[in-house]
Design a protein around this ligand. Sequence first.
Ligand code: ACO
Length: 362
Amino acid sequence: MTLHSKTPIGLDGVVAAATALSHVDGERGELIIAGQRLGELARSASFEEVTTRLWSLAHGEEIDPDGVKTGLGVARERAFETLPRILAASDGLPVIAGSRAGVAALGPVDGLSDETAIIGAMPVIAAALARRVNGLAPVAPDRSLGHAADTLRMLRGEAPTEAEAKALDAYLVTVSDHGMNASTFAARVVASTNADLFMAATAGYCALTGPLHGGAPEPVLAMLDAIGSRDNIAGWIDAALARGERLMGFGHRIYRVRDPRADVLRTAVGLLGGRGVDLGFAAEVEAYARVALAKAKPDRPLDTNVEFYTAILLDALRIPRAAFTPIFATGRAAGWTAHAREQQRTGRLLRPASLYTGVAPG
Ligand code: ACO
């Protein structure tokens, strides 16, 4: 292959893998996960059911959803038993980096598939680390609860309401998979070397943490805090864009219209009865930002992405900001593990090319 200066850098539009797991239509603003449109899926299926469907597609055989629900409960308990080791390995680290150490410390668990062990452990680690920041002891999981409800319980030390559990469940479904996003790609690259799922999930987690990907929701809240009031929306956004800053929660590599996940998450916030950031204020910020971005970048459609309402939803659920990315990872781990299996089944090493810009030896 000849590489020249017009070769796309950043892999835009490059097909790295074939997948039956999800599809992002950036022009129409449509997301299909496990064969269903997101809106329909989030209304009708739990996180456990969506995870089961993704794993079934990845393995090429039907997996029993009840087994997945039971397995995740057991996996949370097993992960809780290993917490002392994980807490020691992450001593002194902030929650996001501590979670990386926690995910990296995971390994096979007797009687559980590797994917079950990984997803079960994610919220146990996130909750324990988020509580440690405030000097609180970890809360043991309750295997009788759904993954979303138990996640909130482990974070707070008390059972969530049904509406709260439903809202977090809708969030986990919404972020469960999203085509060849950066963290999924990272997980697939690692899996393509035939490294195991724990290696792949650790790579996925690391890629997720950056603010251009899953690290954006915390800065979204910081932006909303800084704007503060309706009077300040226009002035703050105009000044930020004039300084050449990026508005967090806007823009996407694939979507050229509003991210369809934003609507699902906005609906989920509505279930919570007005807690957290005022939705009317958020909608005004969103509306102004969309217009201001269209003016600032007329050649590049930039619209609301998933992170804008992720931040508002997770805040309304009283999840500490530092735990936002690890909670995102709890949902996305369904996709990482499914993609890693799907990749391994192809037997194909992912190994792209690079454009050499160095000196040609004489
Ligand atoms: N605010 C202001 N300007 C922006 C924004 C934004 N949010 N996003 C892109 N732009 C500008 C860029 O500065 C660039 O301008 P230039 O051509 O004058 O240099 C132009 O739009 C094109 O930007 P790219 O970097 O080429 O767009 P890309 O597809 O690589 O970026 C990304 C996508 C990283 C999400 C970007 O839109 C961004 O940084 N958004 C803010 C962070 C964010 O919300 N991240 C979460 C993404 S969703 C997720 O991963 C789960």
